[in-house]
Design a protein around this ligand. Structure first.
Ligand SMILES: [Zn+2]
Length: 463
């Protein structure tokens, strides 16, 4: 058996894709896009020899860095089915359609500029049609069942606790009468996070491909972060300003809503108006609400007591642009949850433009802010920013809460591996910058006497 690293290797965090080949079958595990800068864009291609004759694609979860290159397969006329959990199927469809729409819009703007400069037009990486083509290929599989996906290969999806529908994939590969188990961690969530169940413990593997995003550190405990969030919201409500939360539409928006619901029910503070100003977050919330079987015991207990929406009577959803504009006229205190999560696009930009210069405004940053984004400039304390061509003074209070990560920190990563360690698997550390992956590798060597491998991009591993 040969496994080729087609992404998230060599210190890369994005672009997850691993090609598993035997004499009988070729299966791709994850099909993610590379994110961040021109170099990443250039990597977002597949060599035809890598994907031709694929028998199946298996997807661990719906984030673009694990799914974003899927439409390329339909563009390249690769007819393989795409297996994943039901919630991943629904969330991937939402995320891939949104991504294709954004790419087509960006390309249209770029082509207007190119036309004025006398240059020929360019094509988006993937189109609406490529995306619809691959969505038709999705097939949902249940969790925890060993089911055939290609000749001599069975796959089982285990809860990964990272986002709704997220999974670790255990691939059983039969070759020359021998069965080997390969485990792909996908992205692992932190233990004890609200809404989702914790990752499932896996006990047997011949080889493990493990993510190492936060392999060198632990996050601040979540209950401390939630207390901090509550005290910021309390003082913001007293100042009667707007509370703006730039929110990733899938995962983080639902987490914030569940925290607000429990804050109101436990009477930490009386309800105040909240606007969910993101069509994509509204749709993602609908998908989350349709999968109660994936909730953790705490949330099930919470909604058994009383439906969530009874605590959220002051929550208004804003599907249209008019709904969004109308928020400007609503006096504070109000909270606005809007995308994009890094303030580099979307409706949050309008709210920031109209409110950043007011001292009574509070901006709460609850997610990672990439280099070069407006969100990062706010976190770094800029006193003036440019939005839609206008200079805006930053008089608002900017609060940064780092403890809401959807990724396991070092302690939880080690816990996940501890259950596999007794079966003495070969370990391949992936999906992490070199610092975090080396740190996790040394820790695993020290605790479990298992030496790690650090595969590079395009590296071929023979098992
Ligand atoms: Zn992810």
């Amino acid at each position: 058996m040969k496994i080729t690293v087609l992404g998230a290797g060599g210190g890369e965090v994005t672009g997850s894709a691993y090609l598993v080949e035997t004499g009988n079958a070729r299966v791709l595990v994850d099909c993610g896009i590379f994110q961040g800068g021109k170099k990443a864009e250039a990597m977002n291609r597949f060599d035809l020899k890598d994907v031709s004759g694929l028998d199946a694609v298996l997807i661990t979860h719906a984030h673009l860095d694990h799914t974003g290159r899927l439409p390329l397969l339909s563009k390249m006329k690769v007819p393989a089915p795409v297996f994943c959990t039901q919630a991943t199927l629904e969330l991937s469809s939402l995320i891939l359609r949104d991504s294709a729409h954004v790419q087509e819009q960006e390309t249209m703007h770029l082509n207007k500029k190119r036309q004025r400069a006398g240059l020929s037009p360019v094509q988006p990486l993937v189109s609406h049609d490529d995306t619809e083509g691959i969505i038709k290929k999705f097939i949902a599989l249940p969790y925890d069942r060993d089911l055939p996906v290609a000749r001599g290969m069975k796959a089982s999806f285990a809860e990964a606790g990272h986002m709704l529908g997220s999974s670790c994939i255990q691939l059983s590969v039969e070759e020359n009468g021998q069965v080997k188990k390969i485990v792909f961690s996908g992205d692992l969530g932190p233990k004890g996070a609200p809404i989702l169940k914790d990752f499932e413990e896996l006990h047997q593997a011949d080889a493990v491909f493990m993510e190492t995003t936060y392999g060198d550190r632990d996050h601040k405990p979540l209950d401390e972060t939630i207390s901090e969030f509550i005290s910021i919201v309390k003082s913001a409500v007293e100042s009667k300003g707007k509370i703006l939360i730039p929110t990733f539409a899938v995962g983080r928006a639902q987490l914030m809503i569940s925290i607000l619901a429990s804050m109101f029910r436990s009477k930490h503070m009386p309800p105040f108006p909240i606007f969910l100003d993101s069509p994509m977050a509204i749709e993602a919330s609908r998908i989350y609400m349709g999968h109660k079987e994936l909730y953790d015991d705490e949330l099930l207990e919470f909604i058994r007591e009383k439906p969530l929406m009874e605590d959220l009577k002051t929550l208004k959803i804003c599907p249209t642009a008019e709904d969004s504009i109308a928020i400007n006229k609503v006096p504070g205190p109000v909270m606005v949850l809007a995308g994009a999560g890094m303030c580099n696009a979307g409706r949050i930009l309008h709210h920031l433009k109209y409110n950043l210069w007011k001292p009574e405004t509070h901006v709460i940053i609850v997610g990672y802010q990439g280099n070069g984004t407006l969100g990062r400039r706010l976190v770094d304390g800029a006193n003036k920013v440019r939005i839609f061509g206008d200079d805006i003074a930053v008089k608002a209070s900017i609060h940064t809460l780092g403890g809401f990560s959807a990724h396991a920190g070092q302690k939880d990563l080690l816990n996940w591996f501890s259950h596999l360690a007794p079966s003495r698997p070969k370990l391949f550390l992936i999906h992490g910058e070199n610092g975090p992956r080396n740190a996790l590798g040394s820790k695993i060597k020290e605790l479990y006497n298992t030496g790690a491998n650090y595969p590079g991009m395009k590296e071929e591993i023979i098992l």
